[in-house]
Write a protein that binds this ligand. Structure first.
Ligand code: SF4
Length: 563
């Protein structure tokens, strides 16, 4: 992060500068640390400008002009989501910043950082990455400006965008730029890398390759229904090996096919790199996210659920790739040697807790389903939760490990398939409270969310109660619930409220739906249709959304109002 550190390493110049909206924490849960270590392990000299001041270029330029390129990322969250609540009120906290206070990164950070790099280093290739760039790679609905925005590639004027998990694409970009030599034009040498988007034309697509034509930006602006068509088209492209094209006012964004997920061996190698798990020593204040994740272990990537509102699963992809048990165990042993080790592993999981080892017995590239788990679990979906339970028990038995908890979200429909896993989870690895995400109780709303049936949630509650009793533990389920989802009417919220009341549950927090860019649920919100094109009711105004939220939080005050 500093010139002094470069001197200590004997580096005269960087090959690559990564600019991030998060503080720098050398932990594999932080994307920039992960990619920095990955690129370093392949021989590149990588510097990180974390949360640089954005009104002048001196902080981003502190380590000098990098030889190959700069990568820009908003950080672990979309910067607008990080900065504003569901009612567009400013947030004052930021878990990825020293001291936990907001204000260390700009709105639309990917665009701002790209401008900053271009001002500091004219002509240097700029690569966009991270979840903000990934989800905004095509025309998208932006809730915060209530408008359809162009691909972030055009708005940022970057040279190329990496979507999804970026290891393969960024390494290929680094190699091509290194091999290209001085004077090579990025446009000429960077086209066609899997997992990237770039400005180009149909000529960039190999002859005979499958191509998805995404409705143009202009057609989406003039007809909101086209956003649904575009979102579904891109969703189909990312689960196949197709290319995609989208026109923006006579210019074309080309989407190369997605990068193949890292194999088990590659993931093992990546997670065995020498992460210190510490924030950079220059930080004086604690970073809240570090306290949460420092002693957590990522066991797998990808989520087969395909929930229509989730950006994480869209970013990581539907195909689950898992680390080996030996690699996870080696990381657990290494945690016990950390100077600040407390004896507790706070999580072993991924986007979902219980998909470690899951796979598809067919060819996922030929699959037309939007979710492997809904409306019912696909017969080709293979999971091994018995092995996961054994792995968790093995980790907990290692010397120096006193506790192990599972904090990642559990897919309760999957957990129902494995009595061994459900028993281990509830009896041994739940710390008094288990957070579950039924999201809603109404069948139609759950169908639009692509979530499992409410009956599955109720069945899992019975299992939870039985296993808690048999373990002699008093434990609670904390349900995640969502109001104002597209297709959800006030009557649906009242039905959910009645179910909670009958059970004696009073939710303290209910998430009001936020339409995230790039998601099918975001398209439903904007277009007012379901994926088949049928009109659905949408609570659109803040008053309507607040009213739905209030039906759960203040049932006495809102019962009987609304449609
Ligand atoms: S075939 Fe089934 S398990 Fe495989 S990707 Fe498709 S839905 Fe998922």
């Amino acid at each position: 992060m500093t010139r002094r550190e470069m001197d200590l390493l004997g580096w005269k110049e960087l090959d690559i500068l990564l600019v991030s909206g998060d503080a720098y924490v050398d932990h594999p849960s932080f994307g920039v640390a992960l990619l920095g270590r990955w690129l370093s392990s392949h021989g590149f000299k990588v510097g990180v400008a974390a949360q640089p001041k954005w009104d002048r270029p001196d902080e981003v330029a502190a380590m000098g002009r990098p030889k190959l390129f700069a990568g820009t990322s908003a950080g672990a969250l979309d910067s607008m989501l990080a900065h504003y609540t569901a009612f567009r009120k400013k947030r004052f906290d930021d878990a990825y910043t020293p001291g936990g206070l907001a204000g260390a990164r700009p709105n639309r950070a990917t665009i701002v950082y790209t401008g900053l790099v271009k001002a500091a280093f004219p002509g240097l290739p700029v690569v966009l990455g991270g979840i903000e760039a990934s989800m905004r790679r095509a025309s998208h609905f932006d809730f915060w400006s209530d408008a359809v925005r162009r691909s972030i590639l055009l708005d940022s004027k970057a040279d190329i965008l990496v979507y999804g998990m970026g290891e393969r694409a960024i390494l290929e970009i680094a190699r091509r730029l290194a091999d290209g030599g001085p004077g090579a034009k990025p446009r000429d040498i960077l086209s066609g890398i899997p997992g990237t988007a770039f400005m180009g034309s149909e000529r960039d697509i190999p002859e005979g390759a499958p191509v998805v034509r995404v409705p143009s930006h202009e057609s989406i602006v003039s007809d909101p229904r086209q956003l649904m068509a575009a979102t579904l088209a891109l969703e189909a492209q990312t689960r196949s090996n197709a290319w995609a094209l989208q026109e923006h006012g006579g210019r074309t964004v080309v989407f190369a096919p997605p990068a193949a997920p890292l194999s088990t061996e590659e993931l093992d190698r990546l997670y065995s790199l020498a992460f210190t798990r510490d924030p950079h020593p220059s930080y004086k204040e604690a970073i809240p996210a570090v306290e949460m994740i420092r002693f957590s272990i990522t066991s797998h990537r990808g989520c087969a659920g395909g929930c229509s509102f989730c950006s994480l699963a869209l970013h990581q992809g539907r195909r689950v790739s898992s680390r080996s048990a030996a690699s996870i165990e080696a990381e657990a042993r290494a945690l016990t040697r950390h100077p600040d080790w407390t004896g507790a592993i706070t999580d072993v999981g991924g986007p979902s807790a219980n998909m470690w080892g899951a796979s598809c017995s067919a060819d996922p590239a030929d699959c037309g389903r939007a979710s492997c788990l809904t409306p019912g679990i696909c017969p080709h979906f293979q999971d091994d939760q018995k092995a996961l339970a054994a792995l968790l028990r093995r980790l907990r038995s290692l010397p120096g490990i006193k506790h192990l908890r599972v904090a990642s979200g559990v897919r309760h429909d999957l957990a129902l398939r494995s009595p061994d896993y459900a028993s281990a989870l509830v009896g041994e690895f739940t710390g008094g409270q288990l957070k579950l995400a039924p999201e809603h109780s109404c069948a139609r709303v759950l169908e639009l969310m692509r979530k499992p049936s409410f009956a599955a949630f109720e069945r899992f509650l019975s299992v939870f109660e039985r296993e808690s009793r048999s373990a002699g533990k008093e434990q609670f389920v904390v349900p995640y619930l969502v109001s104002a989802f597209p297709g959800c009417a006030d009557a649906d919220m009242r039905a959910l409220s009645a179910w909670l009341k009958a059970r004696g549950w009073k939710p303290k927090q209910v998430q009001c739906f936020i339409p995230l860019p790039g998601t099918v649920a975001g398209a439903m919100f904007h277009a007012g249709i379901d994926p088949s094109g049928k009109p659905i009711p949408v609570a659109r105004t803040d008053a309507e959304r607040l009213r739905q939220n209030g039906i759960l939080l203040n049932p006495g005050r809102t019962q009987g109002r609304g449609p």
